[in-house]
Design a protein around this ligand. Structure first.
Ligand SMILES: Cc1cc2nc3c(=O)[nH]c(=O)nc-3n(C[C@H](O)[C@H](O)[C@H](O)COP(=O)(O)OP(=O)(O)OC[C@H]3O[C@@H](n4cnc5c(N)ncnc54)[C@H](O)[C@@H]3O)c2cc1C
Length: 384
């Protein structure tokens, strides 16, 4: 067991942190106030090689292991989890899914442009009546001659409005349940596909989500990805990477809150001394740092298992559940340490506090991960 970062990992950590400070932070406040995601960040990440660290080099990524990728995501998310997620979600979720299930021709056509920041891909699973329970997917794919006809709606899809390519799951035969689900890929300018942005957000305001509508959309048969009946299993590969990203990003978010709180507690004077000199503030700082350290090592550990191809279902749930809940708790404490100043967007902690609640929902809610851990330990499924 070696807990030291390698020289290469430290180099990527510094590079990502600098990128976050120079490219994400300066425009964050204004973009959030306008509920706006600036997609130019995607190209900037790609130019530095930070957009798709985990994707093999032959498809336009860096081919790095998952521990190094997690370290990069952690450092980027010290500026903003929501902006980093919107920027990097193509390579993280749908590309990983396509890499696993697509033909070589499909992979060569769609993956390199996404990893180079030339094309935006989104992964659409969730619908109005199908959130945590994907067996409820209602978007229909009806086989008709030499094409599919698609009808349905997908909601809260990261980059749903701005994506050039959509990877989505639809039901080919309701009577078959999960075995009827299939994955498809479609280019955004296809007739019958429309999108609208998600507005009115109280969190993740620098991110980018949208609603997609399929109305009698005709899709060539060759646009199916993988076999019918394996859609969820294939999607889970991408979702697994998204969970690692969210765990690592939450560690970065929490670390940023800790650093901001330490700085503030040293400067803010009340009752004749810096508030950091009051024992109750020190207790909070100590609890923050301890929990962050625990979340970080749970995350690196599962990243290592994933890199080595070792089964890690419960370990991924430990990391995603614990890191996102830790981030939410740490961010709420950081806001309190900043007092009234924590409630305005001049300080980073307010932004992180808003982002942290959403991180507990996407990539599987806290409850779904608790149920997964329970199922793995008890060998009894409580949610089916
Ligand atoms: C910013 C953002 C980006 C997103 N990006 C994407 C994307 O790119 N692609 C995509 O497909 N989706 C995306 N989503 C959707 C996200 O994956 C879903 O919101 C998430 O899976 C939860 O589904 P839901 O919101 O329908 O909640 P529900 O499943 O309705 O759950 C509501 C509550 O009930 C609880 N619950 C549900 N079932 C059980 C149970 N069996 N036992 C105990 N509690 C239970 C949940 O834990 C939760 O607290 C995104 C969402 C957000 C907010």
């Amino acid at each position: 067991m070696d807990f030291e970062l390698t020289e290469e990992q430290r180099m990527f950590q510094d590079m990502a942190r600098k990128f976050a400070e120079q490219e994400i932070l300066p425009s964050l406040k204004e973009n959030e106030r306008q509920e706006k995601f600036d997609p130019s960040i995607i190209k900037k990440l790609a130019a530095q090689g930070l957009l798709a660290p985990h994707i093999p080099q032959e498809y336009g990524g860096l081919g790095l292991d998952y521990v190094t990728s997690a370290i990069i995501w952690e450092s980027l998310c010290m500026a903003s989890l929501s902006v980093t997620q919107a920027a990097a979600s193509g390579p993280i979720q749908p590309v990983t899914n396509l890499l696993d299930a697509g033909t070589e021709e499909q992979k060569q056509k769609f993956i390199p442009p996404v990893c180079k920041g030339e094309s935006i891909m989104c992964g659409a699973v969730v619908e109005p009546n199908a959130g945590s329970d994907s067996s409820m997917i209602e978007t229909s794919a009806v086989h008709s001659g030499n094409h599919w006809i698609i009808n349905g709606t997908k909601i809260f899809i990261t980059n749903g409005e701005i994506a050039d390519v959509v990877l989505f799951i639809a039901q080919t035969d309701k009577s078959k349940g999960l075995k009827g689900l299939a994955t498809f890929i479609v280019e955004k300018d296809t007739p019958g596909l429309s999108s609208t942005p998600q507005k009115g957000k109280i969190s993740w305001r620098g991110g980018s989500e949208g609603t997609l509508r399929f109305t009698d959309m005709e899709l060539p048969l060759e646009n199916q990805i993988g076999e019918t009946g394996r859609a969820l299993r294939n999607a889970l590969r991408g979702i697994d990477t998204a969970r690692l990203f969210l765990a690592a990003g939450s560690v970065g978010l929490a670390q940023s809150c800790l650093e901001a709180s330490i700085n503030y507690a040293k400067q803010r004077v009340q009752f004749g001394k810096p508030i950091g000199g009051h024992q109750l503030i020190q207790k909070i700082i100590a609890e923050m740092a301890t929990k962050i350290e625990a979340a970080r090592w749970l995350t690196y550990r599962v990243a290592d298992l994933k890199s080595r191809g070792i089964r890690h279902i419960k370990e991924m749930s430990y990391a995603k559940y614990f890191a996102t809940e830790t981030a939410l708790w740490v961010a709420s404490q950081a806001v309190k340490i900043h007092g009234s100043f924590g409630t305005i967007d001049d300080y980073p902690v307010g932004h992180h506090y808003q982002d942290a609640i959403t991180a507990t929902i996407l990539g599987g809610t806290a409850q779904m991960h608790q149920l997964t851990i329970g199922q793995q330990l008890l060998e009894i499924a409580a949610f089916r």
